[in-house]
Design a protein around this ligand. Sequence first.
Ligand SMILES: Cc1cc2nc3c(=O)[nH]c(=O)nc-3n(C[C@H](O)[C@H](O)[C@H](O)COP(=O)(O)O)c2cc1C
Length: 358
Amino acid sequence: MTKRENATEPDRRISVAPMMERTDRHDRVFLRLISGRALLYSEMISTGAIVHGGRTDLLAFDPTEHPVALQVGGADPAELAECAQIAAAFGYDEINLNVGCPSDRVQNARFGACLMAEPALVATGVRAMDAAAPIPVTVKCRIGIDERESFAELYDFANQVADAGCASLIVHARKAWLKGLSPRENREVPPLRYDVVYRLKDSMPDLEIVINGGVTDLDAVAGHLAHVDGVMIGRAAYENPYLLAEVDRRFFGGAHPVPSREAVVEALLPYIDRQCARGVPLSHITRHILGLFNGQPGARAWRRTLGETARLPNAGPEVVRQAIDQVCAARASLFIEGALRLEGMEDERERHIVGNIL
Ligand SMILES: Cc1cc2nc3c(=O)[nH]c(=O)nc-3n(C[C@H](O)[C@H](O)[C@H](O)COP(=O)(O)O)c2cc1C
């Protein structure tokens, strides 16, 4: 059986993007409580750090995180192969190569987005990883870099990495400027070109293509899925994580009820207890959950309590319980305010309608 026929290939219809300083193991445990099915990517870790650094600290993850992919940054085929072996040994479901990061630090080390100009080297790296480990190898790239932005160049890049064994190509649908723009500007200034990614899929129907960039709601996900195989969501899933709540039901036919925000927090508490007992500062976990109540009554109190109190020395899980109590209090006070308004309403019909809402 070839790797691609292997039943353990993760389903990439919906994934959460690799994000440095964001999608660490705590964030992934939290996101997994909201969607059981979305594929979760790690932050980018350089091959050098994995090969020469403290592996367990960098790579260990909670078993609940599956399906989970490790993203690496590097260009040396031997190091990439070693990382693929290590990733498989740690139990990752996929290893992904970063060919999209335009930061100066990454460019100086000659990997990330600048590798789009070296498709043969990327292909050699992919081939080495694919041969070294039983897990699928994928690549995340841009639609182009600098002046190198023709469709023919993107097509050639995709063909070379596909021939080398890349199981899925994730394409951030904007080019990157290697000089003159910060990484942040490179996520905002170059225009999104979804049409280019759709055309790539049309031209390479056998290669799994996942689109990324600017997706902020599940209707947009559904729209993209009519053209490509998967959608990767980055910032929106971090800033508004509850966005993922409908993913399992809507895209994977999941029969479980959608968990409430409060249920997500309740389910996270045992994990927080365990991590705090091991000495992990509470804020390392709570910083990822600040956006959970966005747009809801009590969102501000939630953010404030977690943002301020969780950073105090010795802060423990009780801070999260306090924050939830404040969300409930904010909701109750809205209700009471509504009930008082109702009392003052003279129009019988209006009273009836508002009473039903309350
Ligand atoms: C804070 C931050 C860190 C990021 N770190 C990585 C990374 O480590 N590897 C990577 O391939 N992309 C990284 N990205 C880019 C995202 O994976 C994604 O391609 C980009 O944000 C566009 O998707 P979005 O519009 O859905 O956010 C990062 C983005 C942000 C906002």
